[in-house]
Design a protein around this ligand. Structure first.
Ligand code: FAD
Length: 429
């Protein structure tokens, strides 16, 4: 992925058009010296910076574009547990490690709710996420989910819906059943990210926008360089995820960028929203290559999915996504589409974020495989722990072995495209 996104304003998303605050933090100029420098102001970076500021550390947060410019400001807004692959972890690393990760899986939801309340962040936060089965045999997953919730005593409020109830509650017969979890939910992700950055700034974090980091001089106090300035710090956290092109020797081949796309309709009348989603839930199917949708606060249907692994965006996102939306909701065939946009997700083959450090004091954390709203908040806390010397949870993730495909900078997306073709076929048959 050689495409370079730098110094850009937000993409033309519904979120960018409905922000509470247009951020305008200064460009990094001259020399700064802090305890921790965080590179990239998506959820991973902002969350890490805020967690550190809450603990009294001095922090600089350096962003190439604007706060939330990457996946964090463009996503489906679905807050769902984002760390999977637990069965494999159990087999490879044992019951203890799997249970510790199990305990962390929903921690991000709590962090988000705590911050929204503590810092009064207006981001349309709603409870309730419905996972739906496009195929009859997928309905059996929901009994497994329930067993998992009970076995781990999560205390989640959940319901299993049969086909009849799912069809009635979603106004479509596209699905054979559903699993609702009220611990999960949805929100306006860009407003959350900007609100968390504002909170961090209020606690003293120095934020620099429009300041692409060009390189790092490693050492006991690494120097993070931009065109017009630099930050020296005891530790650095790299949080550029799928948009990062740093430290290729260490980080390339670990996270594979893939495109995901969303369209936003015009605001729908109440009789329509009562028909298609009266409980105002976030909805996502259980396929490997997912489709997801929900209503915005002003009652637009935001419908997304269809990952693209070629590294090239479709010529028309609307033409790409609209037929999928109309397959689920033929009754929306005449609605106007006001927004279409996409972003890059960082895919990790094991579906566990990749975490590590270079030269002992430059940390990285990336790769949420399209489920990062919750997981980035978990990992922000884990990264803040690590740079301040509490390594237990960091070591859990850093010890996971990740699959690297050599030479991915040239052929990676083609290999993923083949892999995803396998998953698409699996979903189909
Ligand atoms: C269309 C779409 C829909 C999605 N839907 C969902 C969903 O519904 N639920 C869910 O849980 N997850 C979803 N995801 C995934 C989720 O958005 C991501 O996992 C999460 O936002 C990743 O956050 P991040 O901070 O790690 O990366 P990003 O948000 O991508 O942030 C990285 C930041 O680093 C900056 N950066 C990169 N290089 C440099 C540099 N050299 N110097 C300075 N800054 C740099 C970038 O400009 C960017 O702002 C979706 C993703 C997409 C694209």
């Amino acid at each position: 992925m050689k495409e370079i996104h730098r110094n850009q304003e937000h993409t033309g998303s519904y979120y960018a058009a409905s922000v509470n605050e247009v951020t305008d933090y200064p460009v990094l100029e001259g020399a700064e010296s802090v305890d921790v420098c965080v590179v990239g102001a998506g959820f991973t970076g902002v969350s890490t910076a805020l967690a550190l500021a809450e603990r009294g550390y001095s922090v600089a947060l350096v962003e190439a574009n604007r706060i939330g410019w990457g996946a964090s400001g463009r996503n489906g807004g679905q807050i769902i547990n984002g760390i999977s692959g637990l069965e494999k972890i159990r087999k490879k690393h044992g019951e203890g490690v799997a249970n510790m990760i199990q305990d962390l899986r929903w921690r991000g939801n709590d962090i988000i709710r705590e911050r929204v309340a503590k810092y009064d962040i207006q981001c349309d936060l709603k409870d309730g996420f419905l996972e739906v089965a496009p195929k009859p045999k997928q309905v059996s997953y929901f009994e497994e989910y329930a067993r998992d919730r009970e076995a781990h005593n999560t205390g989640h409020q959940y319901e299993i819906w049969d086909r009849e109830k799912t069809c009635a509650m979603l106004g479509t017969n596209a699905f054979h059943g559903g699993f609702v979890c009220y611990r999960d939910g949805h929100l306006h992700p860009l407003n959350l990210c900007i609100g968390e950055a504002r909170a961090a700034h209020g606690l003293g974090v120095q934020i620099f926008e429009q300041s692409p980091v060009t390189g790092i001089d490693h050492g006991t106090r690494p120097r993070v360089n931009t065109a017009r300035g630099y930050v020296e710090a005891d530790s650095v956290v790299l949080a550029g995820n799928a948009y990062s092109q740093f430290e290729p020797k260490h980080l390339s081949n670990l996270v594979f960028p893939a495109g995901s796309y969303i369209i936003g309709t015009e605001p729908l009348p109440e009789e329509m929203t009562d028909q298609i989603n009266p409980l105002d839930l976030a909805v996502c199917d259980v396929n490997e290559v997912v489709e997801y949708f929900r209503l915005s606060a002003d009652k637009r249907l935001l419908f997304g999915g269809a990952c693209n692994y070629s590294g090239r965006d479709p010529a028309s996102i609307k033409s790409y996504i609209l037929p999928r939306m109309q397959k689920v909701y033929p009754q929306l065939k005449d609605v106007r589409i006001d927004y279409e946009w996409g972003g890059k997700i960082g895919i990790v083959l094991r579906r566990i974020p990749t975490v590590g450090r270079i030269n002992n004091n430059v940390y990285y954390c990336q790769g949420y495989s399209g489920h990062g709203v919750c997981a980035t908040h978990v990992m922000g806390e884990v990264m803040a722990d690590a740079v301040t010397g509490t390594m237990e949870r960091y070591d859990l993730f850093a010890d996971m072995q990740h699959f690297r495909i050599p030479g991915t900078e040239w052929v990676g997306n083609q290999i993923i495209a083949l892999g995803m073709l396998y998953y698409k076929m699996k979903d189909r048959f």
